[in-house]
Design a protein around this ligand. Sequence first.
Ligand code: G6P
Length: 620
Amino acid sequence: MCGIVGYIGPKAAADYLLEGLFRLEYRGYDSAGIAIQTDGDISIRKKTGRVGQLAELCKQKPIKGSFGIGHTRWATHGEPSDTNSHPHVGGNGEVVLVHNGVIENYASLRDHLRELGYVFRSATDTEVIAHLLAHELSEAIKLGDDPTSAETCLKAVENTLVQLKGTYGLAILFRDVPGMLIAARLGSPLVVGIGRGEHFLASDASPLVGFTEEVVYLNDHEIAVLSAEGMKLRHRDGGVQTPSIRVLEQSAIDTDLGEFEHHMLKEIFEQPQTIENAIRGRLDEDEATARFGGLNLDPQQLRRVDRIVLTACGTSWHAGLVGEYLIEEFARIPVEVEYASELRYRNPPMSDRTMIFAITQSGETADTLAALRECKRKGHPSLAICNVVGSSIAREAGSGIYLHAGPEIGVASTKAFTAQVTVLTLLALFLGRMRHLSYPAGKRIIGHLKAMPDMIRKALECNDAVKEIAQRYYQAENFLYLGRLYNFPVALEGALKLKEISYIHAEGYPAAEMKHGPIALVDEDTPSVFVVPRCNIYPKVISNMEEIKARRGPVIAVACEGDDKVAELADDVIYVPVVDEYLQPLVTAIPLQLLAYHIALLRGCNVDRPRNLAKSVTVE
Ligand code: G6P
């Protein structure tokens, strides 16, 4: 998954391309590059590392010109290196392109092109597209087509695309046709920004904010031919399409760190506010229920639902697990939580009363989008629980619930998780009140929810204690995270946070399940983090803690304020405020986010941009 930008108009392309790439860096930061048409040629600057390093290179070796494309890469085929960075050149430089996606049949295409004499410089699947396109172009020219005609280039693109298996978002420049940029999409999002006498292209709308308010989201199999003055849209099979112009809904992303050292820390501390935002306007006190503006399903349809599937990836999948417990408890509807990457290829029996929710922060995760499409294809009501307004999943789902958490920049998700859990609590309340949940029970839940922002504020007071605890454990190479019931998904999420940003091996388990294998890992160097607020099986979790202590494993406990029993047993305790059991994930997640943050800092890791990861995974 990578970020693509393009510009075609009267201004200096490099300025826009670099600005756009900075905004898209969350999609990958292994390398970055730009290509700009200048004086009958195409000049390229590309470099391993961050967009900042590319910007530095462009300062030293500027490229003039006002037609260009750019790319920020998350490596799929070929290690991060200058050579593997995009843009890639086809043939003898007649074609230059950038690509997001994966070409599955690249090996056979590359072998064929090698036989034809094409020389490959990189290990990427993208270079195959570049050479294939150059080849199709040369074939057309051999047949007498004009190499400087847009129509010839377009035909060559169409002939190339039909040979590709996999996914692509492409931005292409042709050396001999200045002032034209061709974009094509299958599976990897692209959006065109329409300006006055200029056009922009980007993987998502964020690079367009502030430059234009009119956008066209490309659909799969569409090809856009952009010039400064106009845009033509074609289907891959040749049919002319009418662009559907939409107003850009996104606002500029606030990247100001304020008093914080990192985005992750800032986002952790934003959680009282983001939870409040997720709740705002959604509590119906008279009816003791929740209400949502965007569900677009009538009560009759909702009452028929006899099963819910929550599908997601990563942290969003963990939020889904909390959602399963919530919805089953309050609405008594059976829920399954499916990894989107599995669901998209499985064919589980689902009745026509099954409802699907795709949970996603970015709204761009390729697997989640594909799972959503698969469920829609089979006719199930398929909705999104999503943070980014106007994202691919939000648009394709057509209806759903926004998180309103604001932009999440830190790659490791924090505030989106608690916003997702909050929305799922509201959803459980809403569905519950349509079924057997009583009015007083609904009122009680509303009261608890309203108190949550303050509870989160209190939970954040543990920051100094967590910082100190991190000092004692940051050199450990393995961690166990253990919790039960509502706190089991929190244990999984805590372990994921630690892995993501500190590169320490960590496993999350239901605390009791630990006896069936992971206990073999316990020794004096392997800390166990117990998420053990008071709950109806609290004594059982305490027994699990005893089992670890008996094997000399250090224990860090996340417990309720005033819990002296845990303090006697555990080596270190982090206290969180007392809340009802079903709301505990919202408070217990906080110290685990902070623990991962402080440990990563002590280990000298880049907390906002951890190695090998990307904020938005737009490839399978
Ligand atoms: C990536 C991110 C994770 C995120 C996951 C799902 O792996 O690094 O933080 O949880 O994608 O992303 P989504 O945007 O769909 O919630």
